[in-house]
Design a protein around this ligand. Structure first.
Ligand code: C2E
Ligand code: CA
Ligand code: CA
Length: 418
């Protein structure tokens, strides 16, 4: 692409600017720019179209910068703009805003209209790095942060950004490593029948057992696994593992224990999800498997996902609505989706001390009865909470009062002793 530096000539130029900067005590800024969702265009419209768009973007970048500025394409949809004459951060913001405005301008190409956005990260020599590699890396880190904050924006590199991004990158490595080496493990937490006090089911909850970091709880890695889609292979492993456990329990006293697994909304991005669930569960009685979903699953692609959920249910697997009461439009989901169980979020259980505190839960139980749904109270920690739930005929509970999530062997012992 004419007028644009390639990676090699960019590095050469940056090295030159760095020696000049050392000599004259000059500063300069680099902007790392990555197009948002470009992969979607490439996938849906083809590479030829993608290339045309990249040419268009190159022209825009040249237009929005000054002759002394350097515009370079690093490869893919990544660009770097160098501002050799750094004056102050306000000036850089002006440039970045101008780039953003130019890029956001809708344009037509082969009769299709496009609007492009990009995420940008800014690093300044020598403050954010005194060599090419470090400057590019830190501008890239700032760009990553700007993507994370919702795209179509920019971020200056800072130590705080560096730290959070490094931690995320480290966690991504840990997850990848754990998938390869089988460091994941399912723990099981009992679901107890409130009237009889018997363990009747359990929820499988994932743990990452890293040889160096120890046991890592899901809140530290699930969102990262969702972000980089490793939740898809991980989610498959979870289904297979829970099914294997159900099979192991088939000829034991735990043969009637129903096992719930959690499904992330991101797993629905896998167009093969339904086929996979079907094939992985062929060898068990599917009524022994339950899938817990939160409302957030239906935030995107409502109709498509609802179809998949209905087909999962048709296979004979039951469905639970997880964290009930924390969403915003919870009730409307109940009529569309063929749920079997409502799990009342721990937040509501935390607040019950006397009978007066039960009105909300009582109402939920009433609705559940009308719709023929089971109700599970989550996060029950005290005998007092349990007594109150018993009085209003809540069916099951889950919580530390009975047990924390434990490995399968310990769950078996709990069950036998129960
Ligand atoms: P969740 O599905 O709502 O799971 C219940 C969480 O509450 C579990 O945390 C459980 O250990 C905790 N809990 C249960 N009883 C009590 C109690 O009495 N007191 C307190 N303080 N906590 C209690 P955990 O295992 O850390 O999981 C957190 C979240 O991570 C889960 O929330 C779920 O959203 C996600 N998660 C866990 N395992 C998986 C998985 O296999 N797949 C997916 N996609 N998400 C998972
Ligand atoms: Ca759950
Ligand atoms: Ca829950």
């Amino acid at each position: 692409m004419s007028g644009l530096y390639n990676r090699l000539s960019l590095i050469e130029k940056l090295n030159w600017l760095i020696s000049k900067g050392k000599r004259d005590k000059d500063e300069f800024a680099i902007i790392f720019l990555d197009l948002d969702n470009f992969k979607n265009i490439n996938d849906s419209k083809g590479h030829e179209c993608g290339d045309k768009i990249l040419v268009h973007i190159s022209k825009l970048l040249l237009k929005a910068t000054r002759t002394n500025d350097i515009v370079s394409r690093l490869g893919g949809d990544e660009f770097v703009v160098v501002l050799p004459e750094f004056t102050n951060e306000t000036k850089i913001v002006e440039v970045v805003q101008r780039l953003k405005k130019e890029l956001n301008e809708p344009f037509t190409l082969d009769d299709d209209e496009y609007q492009i956005t990009a995420s940008m990260g800014i690093a300044i020599y020598p403050k954010d790095g005194d060599n090419v590699q470090m400057l590019l890396k830190n501008a890239d880190i700032a760009m990553y942060k700007s993507k994370e904050l919702g795209k179509n924006n920019y971020q200056f590199f800072t130590d705080a950004i560096n730290k959070t991004v490094q931690e995320r990158i480290k966690m991504q490595h840990i997850i990848r490593n754990a998938l390869q080496n089988n460091y994941f493990k399912l723990f099981y937490q009992p679901k107890v029948d409130i009237q009889t006090n018997k363990i009747v089911a359990c929820e499988a909850l994932i743990r990452l057992i890293d040889p160096i970091e120890g046991i890592i709880p899901p809140f530290k890695f699930i969102s990262i696994a969702e972000e980089n889609l490793s939740i898809i292979p991980l989610g498959e492993w979870i289904i297979k593992e829970a099914v294997a456990q159900i099979k192991l329990w088939e000829s034991t006293p735990l043969q009637n224990i129903k096992v719930s697994i959690n499904l992330s909304g991101i797993q629905f991005k896998d167009s093969q999800l339904l086929q996979k669930i079907d094939s992985y569960t062929k060898e068990i009685e599917r009524s022994k498997l339950d899938i817990e979903l939160t409302e957030s699953v239906l935030i995107e692609e409502f109709d498509e996902r609802l179809e998949v959920i209905k087909k999962i249910k048709k296979l004979g697997i039951s469905l639970s609505l997880d964290d009930f009461g924390t969403g915003y439009s919870s009730l409307s989901y109940l009529k569309d989706i063929p749920f079997d169980t409502l799990k009342i979020d721990k937040a509501f259980i935390d607040n019950i001390y006397t009978k007066d505190d039960l009105s909300f839960i009582n109402m939920i139980i009433g609705i559940a009865e009308d719709l023929h749904l089971n109700v599970v109270a989550e996060g029950v920690e005290t005998q007092e909470q349990l007594e109150l739930l018993k009085e209003i005929n809540c069916e099951q509970y889950q919580g530390y009062l009975c047990s924390k999530p434990v490995p399968a062997k310990e769950f078996e012992e709990l069950f036998i002793l129960n």
